[in-house]
Ligand binder design. Structure first.
Ligand code: F6R
Length: 366
């Protein structure tokens, strides 16, 4: 049942090329230059007329929502707010019938997300679901939606659900960018064909596994770990930290790299591993100077870089390469080594990777 892997989590990490492909299959028609998704096609006006998009979710799905915020604002120029479902529902939020609410949930059963949906519907918002489990409560409660086709996710730590959620949300943003006339044919086509290349690039990113295992062995006894990223990769830093803490029980924090100097930099010494996402697009030079600041305080740097990188290689203690891609698609690749890092560290510490203590796969109570 684990397909030759020691744990479901590792199996599911390795399933990502297929899961991403299954998620865009039949929807992304690169040759024809179209994106076909019934849940969107049937409700296009709702999206195009929306004043803003509100995304609600919890945990890893909330991190996918944060990535989507960058994607929607950057590509489709639609204002986005991303909310923890648990906070949103109790805040007396301002919601109108000009809002579109997107709920993201792997299980489709998360109690707080479901409650946020009900509240938004009462206020007249159009509610769109991004779920993995077919026929789940959230899938049924939403006005329309698009499934992620990740297949069953058994490991409690979410992996392929995250990357397939980002895939669906990217398709949605690209479609809206095209419909709004923001993307011309050429730019649209460039994004479609690059998204089509992502599964094979995820395969390449997975080749870092033996190296990540070696790095994991160096840091497995750490008591703390910091994750830094900027722009599209800031949410990936949060997700990397969540993965590490939930399965290895090492305290980890994710931060936007530039926020480091506003507090967390005080934590840095020779015992602090810092995972930095430093891909070559968007703010690369700024991340390089963040890395220099960490080095000068003797922090240990594990950097995720674009293949062929030179600058970060000179500064970092360890460098993990991922293939080059469009900036908006980098989270689908940078996430991979971080999943592997948390996996190996947890295994080395003797943790129950697939069923970490105190956690449940679906959180049906608030
Ligand atoms: C983290 C994790 C949780 C879930 C969260 C939301 O690895 O699994 O943080 O992401 O409980 O669950 P869903 O997506 O089912 O609503």
């Amino acid at each position: 049942e684990k397909g030759g892997f020691d744990h479901f989590m590792l199996k599911e990490i390795y399933e990502q090329p297929r899961a991403i492909l299954d998620t865009y299959r039949g929807r992304l028609l690169a040759k024809e230059g179209i994106i076909k998704m019934a849940g969107i096609d049937d409700n296009l006006e709702k999206f195009l007329n929306a004043n803003r998009i509100i995304i609600v979710a919890c945990g890893t799905s909330w991190h996918a929502g944060l990535v989507a915020e960058y994607i929607f604002e950057d590509l489709a120029r639609i204002p986005v707010e991303v909310e923890y479902a648990s906070e949103f529902r109790y805040r007396n939020p301002v919601i109108t019938d000009k809002d579109v609410l997107i709920a993201i949930s792997q299980s489709g059963e998360t109690a707080d997300t479901l409650a946020a949906i009900k509240l938004a519907k009462e206020k007249g918002a159009f509610v769109f679901g991004v779920c993995n489990v077919v026929g789940s409560s959230i899938a049924r409660e939403t006005d329309a939606g698009a499934y992620t086709h990740a297949g069953p996710e058994i490991g409690v730590a979410s992996t392929k659900a995250f990357t397939t959620q980002i895939t669906v949300l990217t398709l949605l943003a690209l479609k809206l960018a095209k419909e709004k006339g923001i993307f011309n044919k050429t730019r649209f086509h460039e994004h479609l064909s690059e998204l089509e290349n992502i599964p094979s690039k995820v395969e390449k990113a997975l080749l870092s596994n033996p190296l990540v295992e070696i790095i994991s062995n160096v840091y497995k006894d750490s008591t703390n770990c910091l994750y830094l990223g900027r722009g599209y990769n800031f949410p990936v830093a949060l997700e990397g930290a969540l993965k590490l803490k939930e399965i290895s029980y090492i305290h980890a924090e994710g931060y936007p790299a530039a926020e480091m100097k506003h507090g967390p930099i005080a934590l840095i010494d020779e015992h602090m591993p810092v995972v930095v996402i430093a891909t070559n697009k968007g703010h690369y030079e700024k991340v390089v100077s963040n890395i220099q600041e960490i080095k000068s305080r003797k922090g240990k740097i594990i950097a995720v870089v674009t293949e062929g990188d030179v600058q970060v290689k000179e500064l970092a203690d360890h460098v993990i390469e991922i293939p080059e891609t469009l900036e908006s698609l980098t989270p689908l690749l940078t996430t991979i080594p971080l999943q592997l890092l948390s996996y190996h560290i947890a295994v080395m510490r003797g943790c129950n990777v697939d069923q970490p203590r105190n956690l449940a796969k679906s959180v049906t109570v608030e």
